[in-house]
Design a protein around this ligand. Structure first.
Ligand code: ACO
Length: 147
């Protein structure tokens, strides 16, 4: 459950600055001018049945956690859909308040609603315990080719 005053909702264009800042907890983000953010946001909006970014805001309405569900439609499993969870990031000062688990529950729930038969994600070994607390199981190895 979210702490009092916190809300989970879809990403909005006005979230630009705190959204980009919150993602810096996760990895290198770089310099993202507003016009580039708008461009990616418009792309996500056009494909809103596929890209589903969510944010958690604090009692001041500021974004403090991010998460994304990407829905992949397949031919296998009778044209089944798989959900991919990406870019989970909780601002340092907001960690340990249950925001991460709330975000994963929300995104997993959206995946179920839109008919996904499973949800998968990649994470570092040090986060395995967190995802186990969210009900996920370690189910293989992540492979990566940096381009
Ligand atoms: N390992 C084991 N357990 C953990 C970890 C961890 N790394 N992090 C949190 N937990 C536990 C908590 O202790 C808590 O347990 P409890 O219910 O018994 O008290 C439970 O998991 C839920 O914790 P939350 O408070 O919801 O976690 P938080 O809001 O701090 O978010 C997160 C966790 C997302 C890993 C956060 O620390 C973070 O943003 N880290 C940096 C970015 C990152 O690594 N993101 C994940 C990338 S993977 C991906 O995007 C698919």
């Amino acid at each position: 459950m979210l702490p009092q005053g916190y809300t989970i909702r879809k990403l909005e264009l006005g979230d630009y600055e705190p959204y980009v800042e919150t993602l810096r907890v996760l990895t290198t983000v770089g310099d993202i001018p507003l016009d580039k953010f708008k461009d990616v946001f418009a792309h996500w909006e056009k494909l809103s049945d596929t890209y589903m970014p969510r944010v958690i805001t604090n009692e001041n309405g500021i974004v403090v956690a991010t998460g994304m569900l990407l829905v992949e439609r397949k031919i296998i499993h009778e044209c089944g859909s798989v959900g991919h969870i990406e870019d989970i990031s909780v601002a340092k000062s907001e960690q340990g308040k249950g925001l991460g688990i709330s975000m994963i529950k929300e995104l997993s729930g959206v995946a179920k609603e839109v008919g996904c038969y499973k949800v998968i994600l990649d994470c570092s070994p040090h986060n395995v315990g967190f995802y186990e607390k969210c009900g996920y199981k370690n189910d293989g190895s992540e492979m990566c080719l940096r381009l």
